[in-house]
Design a protein around this ligand. Structure first.
Ligand SMILES: *[C@@H]1O[C@H](CO)[C@@H](O)[C@H](O)[C@H]1NC(C)=O
Length: 141
């Protein structure tokens, strides 16, 4: 009986920790540091932080259902239509869409920079809306 409770408890802890790990919300400063650690150029980090604030409110697990039945996923709200594939590796970023909503933003970051190289920041409505034309220096930490 006691070991059954132990198993149940361990399971509950695992589920709770899983949820915590799945939905990380960064502070502005935490995000700035994380972007610098993930290979973003210092001179653009102000723009990226603004973009992420506008697109996902810094929430790594944000999912937005779009009218065309695609989804925008994660911190950078990367769209499932072109850039990733559900269920297997694919899209222009060669990643699983599911991996764009976990707390590991390394793959998200590589994909976001690819989108920026190909289409520019104007690929993001949130950037156009909130960041375009502003002088965005790196947030102080
Ligand atoms: C982050 O996004 C997830 C998925 O949409 C949501 O369940 C969660 O409540 C959000 N967290 C915060 C703090 O807004």
């Amino acid at each position: 009986m006691r070991s059954r409770f132990a198993v149940l408890f361990a399971l509950m802890v695992a589920v709770l920790m899983g949820n915590v790990a799945q939905a990380k919300v960064y502070t502005k400063c935490g995000l700035t540091k994380e972007l610098l650690n993930n290979g973003f150029e210092r001179s653009y980090v102000g723009n990226w932080v603004c973009l992420v604030e506008s697109e996902s409110a810094k929430n790594t697990s944000k999912v937005t259902d779009k009218a065309d039945r695609t989804k925008s996923l994660g911190l950078f709200q990367i769209n499932s239509k072109d850039w990733c594939k559900f269920g297997s590796v694919g899209g222009k970023c060669q990643i699983k869409c599911e991996n764009l909503i976990d707390e590991n933003i390394q793959d998200d970051s590589i994909c976001a920079r690819k989108i920026q190289r190909e289409l520019g920041f104007r690929a993001w409505d949130g950037w156009l809306r909130s960041c375009y034309g502003r002088r965005l220096s790196i947030p102080p930490c």
